[in-house]
Design a protein around this ligand. Sequence first.
Ligand SMILES: Nc1nc2c(c(=O)[nH]1)N[C@H]1C(S)=C(S)[C@@H](COP(=O)(O)OP(=O)(O)OC[C@H]3O[C@@H](n4cnc5c(=O)[nH]c(N)nc54)[C@H](O)[C@@H]3O)O[C@H]1N2
Ligand SMILES: Nc1nc2c(c(=O)[nH]1)N[C@H]1C(S)=C(S)[C@@H](COP(=O)(O)OP(=O)(O)OC[C@H]3O[C@@H](n4cnc5c(=O)[nH]c(N)nc54)[C@H](O)[C@@H]3O)O[C@H]1N2
Ligand SMILES: [Mo]
Length: 888
Amino acid sequence: MRVIVDGADVTVPEEATVLSSVRAAGAELPTLCHDDRMSPVGSCRTCLARLDGHVVAACVTPVTDGAQVQVEQEDLSRLRRDAVELIVSALPGHALEGDTELALLCRSLGIGPAAAEPERGRDDSHPYVRLDRDLCIACGRCVRMCADVQGTFALTLTGRGSHTVVAPGTGGPWAESDCVACGGCVDTCPTGALTEPGLPPGTHLSAFTRTRTTCGYCGVGCTLDVLTRDGKIAAVTPARDGPVNRGHACVKGRFAHGFLRSPERLTRPLLRRGSLLEPVDWPEALDHIARGLRAAIDQAGPDAVAAISSARATNEENYLIQKFMRTVIGTNNVDNCSRLCHSPSAAGLTAAFGLSGGTDSFDDVEQADSLLVVGANPIEAHPVVGARLLQHVLRGTRLVVADPRTVGLAEHANVHLRPRPGTNVALFNGLAHILLAEDLTDQEFLRHRATGLEELTALLDDYPPERVSAITGVPAPDLVAAARLYGRAERPAIVYGLGVTEHLHGTDGVRTLANLAILRGAVGTGRGYGVNPLRGQNNVQGASDMGALPDLLPGYAKVGDPAARARAERAWGVPVPRRDGLRIPQMFAAARAGDLRALWIVGEDVCATDPDTNRVVEALETCPLVISQELFLSETARHADVVLPAASWLEKDGTFVNFDRRFQRICPALSPPGQARTDFAIVHALAAALGADLGCPTPAAALAECGQVAPAFGGISHQRLDREGALAWPCPDPEHPGTPKLYLDRFATADGLAHLAACLYLPPGESPDDDYPLILITGRRWAHYNSGNMTRRTDNIRLAPTDQIDVNPADAARHAVRDGDPVTVESRHGRAALIARITGDTAPGQLFCAFHFPANRVNALTSGHTDTVTSCPEYKVTAVRLSPGRPA
Ligand SMILES: Nc1nc2c(c(=O)[nH]1)N[C@H]1C(S)=C(S)[C@@H](COP(=O)(O)OP(=O)(O)OC[C@H]3O[C@@H](n4cnc5c(=O)[nH]c(N)nc54)[C@H](O)[C@@H]3O)O[C@H]1N2
Ligand SMILES: Nc1nc2c(c(=O)[nH]1)N[C@H]1C(S)=C(S)[C@@H](COP(=O)(O)OP(=O)(O)OC[C@H]3O[C@@H](n4cnc5c(=O)[nH]c(N)nc54)[C@H](O)[C@@H]3O)O[C@H]1N2
Ligand SMILES: [Mo]
């Protein structure tokens, strides 16, 4: 529609307000109580404008076609100025210092100085959020940010009249509140009442350098602006135009950067001399490695060398590492932590649909009218996605959560299915049985676009609700209710996590979950948003896309396929080994057997995060040359022969691929400390030490070369990403817009059809018995990240100082364990020491803990059982026993 703003014609969308029309006309209004990320309230009276003759608050007033809006009028300016002056009159002098929204506004209006006496005091209890109550104008933006964007509802306004001020809803200090430190309140505060330590009140932002990059923690891929000065990070702010985060962030991306300047950061290479790791210079370290690699190859051939590439590192680094292994060493022994995580997704989704990635973009998933969230805890593990899902549910979308625990989203679910850990295949078969029995399938889709229905139908006869209920422990009526919510929705979507994959039959779990979308015709059509894994690490999708896998080249071409090898050989100019390489668990087994003679581990703390720690340590101790490329002296680095100091994501140039297949740029905000180098530079140096040249002198050149080897990435370049922003693969040529939603024409399988899978339910690798009567589930907590090597070296340690183990009250009573007690947990494989947290979030007979504090040795408990198809560890099911007190 058309609106006239101060005489000028502007075109605005249907839902436009006076404020958005004014902005569309290129004019500005002060908006002290408004932020586009939340719904407007119109309380501060600073955005007054005239609409068809009436004075209105612009932020809350809609416009109609042909409306006349006036902004530049004498009386309006005076009213706005009066409103601001009234607000400022209650504030103390320091209110107008620095570059807050209020200070800038007052400077532009010539208002000041403020002069009230400070009287309400500060709350500095929290490491990241500081409150100066005297600067609070009770605009409520922080409260709405916490509710409307983050969904934590931790804040409220208390007090009366001019004494109204923000406070945690729990009363008491901020540090003890429900706040999860997303930073949204700080970000929106217009006055400096809420600040973060790096940008205290009075800060002038022009003094900082701003670098746009992508978060290097989880796979969500938040766009962040990093503010630096004098070689240090002052603050990280979420970008309003970030395609996934849209101005939001979480405690990790926003605040957990203190590890960068930790005194424990590695700044020099280390070389083992006896029991000590001693600092050496790069030439000596590289020479030692080169001699070790040559010796390994001379003694036992190139397959005696293996590399674990890093899902924390960039695409370009992963590309270079696999190229190094394949062309300089001559082996396919290269893998990445996708093995421990979503390798069953890669295998399962490829078998079902043809490509190794989620089927739809998250923006689409957010349009679903029914969500099935399975074995995922996005509120803690992918907080920005979790917040978006939660808001979607609060707006009325129906939600089924399938998780043995009462995870954050489960509290808002229409149906919460709580299957026994390890029984997903029975659960999904049971849901499929009901879809068929109640005719909730898409017959047309099944006839033309899918295959395998007959076999599946026959199998599903054996999965009626009663039997499924007996296996899973989920009441039959809940199964029926969940199947109907999914089956009757017009646009359902499935989102899932490690609760599906990290099992003995994880790939079967992915296949049988995909069955639901196929039966319902909710994938590759406009009638639903497919099956979407919440990939874990910042670049785990990318590490696999780049071919850091033992059986697959860049772009998922099979190593065994002569045509694929020929394509790579053309680009690389050397033969590519044809035999599949070792997977991570096989690397350790080969090392223990004496067959693997050199292992290069980049950015993975295998002694903390791989299962059955004692056996991993044995492997490293047997292997003659272990190289750990790290930020810190991790558990793994302690067992290495050479430790190489690496740069972190905030110090690097390149790209990551996020969970919905988007390539995004990362740019260095700082230089690496001391002699630390980027993984990119280290691979090149290692190649040079062996007399080889890998080509690809820059990250941009590496991605360009990758595009020649892998046609799906052929249209993606640094230049284009810098110009256009994120691009979802497949993107085969420079004119291609990318493919956020897959399979609209056909599936990428050989026959173009979606493949239903008839998988029998088989029990998990471990079940409770008299010796080990409880089932331990392991997973994540919000404040720490995986091995914890980074987050433990930030102030997040003040938010969560230790790992706790969740115990159901019934089990706690039986084992004489009270909340906060130290406990010992034992499995067939090892023993761990934890602190008990008594909670009904875990079901009786089940325990839950994270693995963020390696010193507690949680992964000494987990078993060597792995997914039968992909070797992904069964982290989610371990039989254990619990006893009060610390280990003897
Ligand atoms: N704060 C934080 N965020 C992270 C990480 C972190 O360490 N900390 N790590 C990142 C990484 S690498 C990854 S892969 C992602 C992981 O993200 P998620 O997959 O969400 O993480 P988890 O907590 O490991 O597991 C998810 C859920 O699976 C459930 N589950 C266990 N067994 C079963 C089962 O048999 N059936 C079903 N239906 N559910 C089950 C668990 O109860 C748990 O709530 O998070 C990423 N984000
Ligand atoms: N019990 C249990 N164990 C689990 C899981 C579980 O659910 N339960 N989940 C598994 C999963 S899904 C995953 S992904 C793994 C994760 O396991 P890891 O990959 O081992 O965990 P991270 O803490 O992410 O560690 C990576 C290491 O890389 C270093 N690093 C960070 N950035 C860079 C970089 O740019 N370059 C280099 N060279 N180093 C860098 C960090 O200091 C850190 O030590 O853990 C697995 N372990
Ligand atoms: Mo992961």
